[in-house]
Ligand binder design. Structure first.
Ligand code: PMP
Length: 295
């Protein structure tokens, strides 16, 4: 990904990125209690459009509540500030990362007051990673009783980072993590779908981050009459899949060519994933007539 834009929103105002500092006493720095999102902006005929921006900010505000943060911005203000950030950095094709961190407080109990940071990077497709091989990680996703599943909380990403790094050392592009019952959950920072005998399968919510792209793909599959089942998936079933793909805001719909040493048999262009990827592209750039709300 590219360098962050010159202007960030930090501590209630737009300021130069090199003027935004975090205190070493921030609870977020010491214990990982910041919450974040990742939102894609696309260039459309009508200008910059933040795809599903309200869904992202709903999840963001939910994450803030989960760690006990007070947030002094409404969802609509967050949307407005995000468009203003794009304008101030003169960007349309971009990736916005909103972050809430706690005010300095070295106590073990999280501080309630939060500071909002919005940063943006220009989107350069060539710099975006496109994982095509997955290694099955020995690191499992934690028990849902110990992990807030439906929120992006920084400290909870340690297992994702370790799994991705371990898979990288074994020569894979990314890791696929199992849940605490041994079923397939998701990749390090993306949801996963499999195709087998013309049906798509994806793990149900419960021990995955319920991705906004995942839900969009489920909606598109319905629209296109593609059979789809949300169910628990064993590693054995995964290794017999005809094709597979990952979904996330940054990867969009990303084909998987290999899982461990199993090569997926259907050519990407012949798979349901490819059809969905094409529809997704049109939807995000508003080049299709779907009835979905984009902003
Ligand atoms: N799972 C995890 C763990 C993630 O961090 C993400 C976001 N990068 C996703 C799935 C995909 O979510 P979304 O489609 O909302 O980007």
């Amino acid at each position: 990904m590219n360098q962050i834009g010159d202007i960030v929103f930090w501590n209630q105002k737009f300021t130069r990125a090199d003027q935004a500092f975090v205190s070493v006493c921030s609870h977020s720095f010491q214990y990982g209690t910041s919450v974040f999102e990742g939102i894609r902006s696309y260039e459309t005929a009508a200008g910059a459009r933040l795809f599903k921006v309200r869904d992202h900010y709903k999840r963001f505000l939910h994450a803030a509540k989960s760690v006990g943060f007070e947030v002094s911005y409404t969802l609509e203000q967050l949307v407005e500030l995000s468009y203003e950030l794009l304008r101030r950095n003169n960007l349309t094709d971009a990736f916005i990362k909103p972050l809430l961190i706690s005010e300095p407080d070295p106590q073990l109990m999280p501080a309630e007051k939060s500071v909002l940071c919005l940063m943006v990077t220009e989107w350069i497709p060539e710099l975006a990673s496109r994982p095509s091989s997955l290694g099955i990680s020995k690191i499992q996703r934690p028990d849902p009783a110990s992990l807030i599943q439906d929120a992006k909380i920084s400290g909870q990403y340690i297992h994702s980072l370790m799994a991705a790094s371990e898979a990288g050392k074994r020569g894979f592009d990314d890791a696929v993590l199992l849940d605490n019952n041994g079923y397939v959950a998701e990749a390090s920072t993306a949801n996963i779908f499999f195709e087998k005998d013309d049906v798509l399968y994806t793990p149900p919510c419960g021990n995955i981050l319920p991705g906004i792209t995942r839900q969009t793909i489920i909606d598109l599959a319905r629209e296109l009459d593609i059979s789809l089942s949300e169910r628990f998936i064993t590693p054995e079933f995964m290794l017999e899949a005809d094709s597979a793909f990952l979904t996330s805001t940054s990867l969009e719909v990303c084909p998987v060519e290999r899982i461990e040493n199993h090569i997926l048999s259907i050519q990407w262009e012949d798979s349901a994933g490819y059809m969905l990827a094409e529809k997704y592209k049109k939807l995000t750039t508003e080049r299709d007539n779907f009835h979905f709300t984009v902003i």
